[in-house]
Design a binder for this molecule. Sequence first.
Ligand code: ADP
Length: 193
Amino acid sequence: MIIIFFGPPGAGKGTQALLIAKKLNIPHLSTGDILRKKLLDTDDLSQKLKKIMDSGNLVSDNILNKIVGDRLIRSDCNNGFILDGYPRTIIQNNFLINFLKNNKLSVSLIIDLKVSESTIITRIKARSNKESRGDDKLSIIKTRISKYLEETKPLSDYYSSNHLKNYHLINGNQKIEMIERDIEKIAKNKDFH
Ligand code: ADP
């Protein structure tokens, strides 16, 4: 089972992706988490990545496609996987579509979390108090939101028109449990247990 999560920063993709990954016992691939782990290194690449991420910009497609390509061929992805934060651009989406085609796989479910800008700001403020992520400053949020609207929103629009049966827009302004319940309902209808 292959699930893609879409939604703006602060939509709760990571929280929900993790919950469903545990339920289905398949890996949760968060490109944000993978990149943040890389920042712990002290090489030149990690310095470069930190600058890009802290400014709210996107890391290059080549780096992301390599990270995801290497990860998806590992055996724990054989029964499926959950993508959280990828694809974020057309080039990444083309890479993914190609990968799936070459491996005779298809996307089972696309979950798009819709949230208002005020919810995004409230949540990111709360997260910046707890986690101290370099990109969770209010001044950076605007850049992240506009990157999302310019680069990533067209991809969820693509999936909503081309994968109508598997695409689900969910109200991400709700409490965690309510969003979880909505996703579970969809998963049940698809016989995912
Ligand atoms: P968000 O809460 O903004 O969705 P993430 O944890 O998914 O945050 O990502 C944090 C940062 O990591 C992004 O702002 C970006 O710089 C980088 N990043 C994560 N995934 C990608 C991707 N697929 N392509 C380019 N950059 C990415």
